[in-house]
Design a protein around this ligand. Sequence first.
Ligand SMILES: Nc1ncnc2c1ncn2[C@@H]1O[C@H](COP(=O)(O)OP(=O)(O)OP(=O)(O)O)[C@@H](O)[C@H]1O
Ligand SMILES: [Mg+2]
Length: 232
Amino acid sequence: MSEPLVAVQGLHKSYRMGKVDLHVLRGVSFSLSAGSFTAVVGASGSGKSTLLHLIGMLDKPDRGMVALSGQDVTALPTRRRDGMRCRDVGFVFQFYHLLGELNVLENVLLPAKVACSTLAWLGQRAKARQAATETLDRLGLGDRLRHRPKELSGGERQRVAIARALMNRPRILLADEPTGNLDSASGKGIMELLKQCNRRDGQTILMVTHDASLAEQTDRILHLRDGRCNEL
Ligand SMILES: Nc1ncnc2c1ncn2[C@@H]1O[C@H](COP(=O)(O)OP(=O)(O)OP(=O)(O)O)[C@@H](O)[C@H]1O
Ligand SMILES: [Mg+2]
């Protein structure tokens, strides 16, 4: 069998709150094959966002391992982790995390800019702008390019966050409730876009959702409960 693109083994994560340790993840293990589309479901507070942050190298586990293409990323030096995150992972945050001082287009272009040197950016800027504009068009934001995040609705901000996550065409897309703030028609549109990224572009997607009808449209559903992950 070929090596999984993402392997998570025995992940533990606690948060210390005063004198109490909140043991959120208690030995989470699973793997994702390249090109798969997986949903993560579970009650609020069960650790879904925590799990995505660990896989996306935004935080480190207390114990256990996250491997990308067989490489244990928890043990890598910070610069290597930053480089891999930038190149290989697209993140749609539950609460967007757009930069308020940048407009829509600038927010979406940011990952492309960060991924290359200043000199290389000068050569690639025009192409990147075109790609970003096309994605924003596809997401129905073609006439919002110069808006700042505070001038957008919640659903529009979420779509900008999705466009930003797709900018570098990452191998892995981690989406934390990407339709959580959308009406059902916009939610369906986002789901179609994610399916297209998965089927057409071969992106491996791990998506947190509270929407059972969306989870059912993926290849596989993982249920996070009591700090552990089981297949549904
Ligand atoms: N930085 C932190 N410091 C302390 N506790 C935290 C921190 N981040 C998360 N927690 C706690 O860990 C638990 C899991 O949080 P997490 O955000 O992963 O849940 P979730 O499953 O994503 O929930 P939701 O569906 O509401 O988004 C929660 O009880 C939360 O209060
Ligand atoms: Mg969450």
